[in-house]
Design a protein around this ligand. Sequence first.
Ligand code: 9YT
Length: 129
Amino acid sequence: MIVKHLEDIIGTSDDVDTPTWNSRRLLLKKDGMGFALNDTVIKAGTETLIWYQNHVEAVYCIEGEGEIEVVGGKTYPIKPGMIYALDGHEKHYLRAAASTHMRMVCVFNPPLTGSEVHDERGVYPVLDE
Ligand code: 9YT
């Protein structure tokens, strides 16, 4: 059985910070669960272009407000209790309201190895440890 606490992840190499989000990676490929689980803060007033070509991701908002715009499709408001699941590798813009960060629980399949950040097209590569 695996037991971790968020405070044990913060400040380690599994705490990945970018200009628009900060992903605390709770479960990774090395944990052998077959998926990754992150506690991610989307920074207030930011927009991120994301396109998970190599992964599916489910996202559950637990704090804050914002929106997700599917490129060429709909825009959905995000607030606590809302989930979205990118089962079609949808390219999207993720925005947090200017007044508040968003806190999201994110699940990835295949699991992340830990160091992924989006490239200029919003893509996470498939990485081996
Ligand atoms: C919700 C979302 O996709 N945020 C970008 C970061 C990503 N979820 C991660 O690596 O935790």
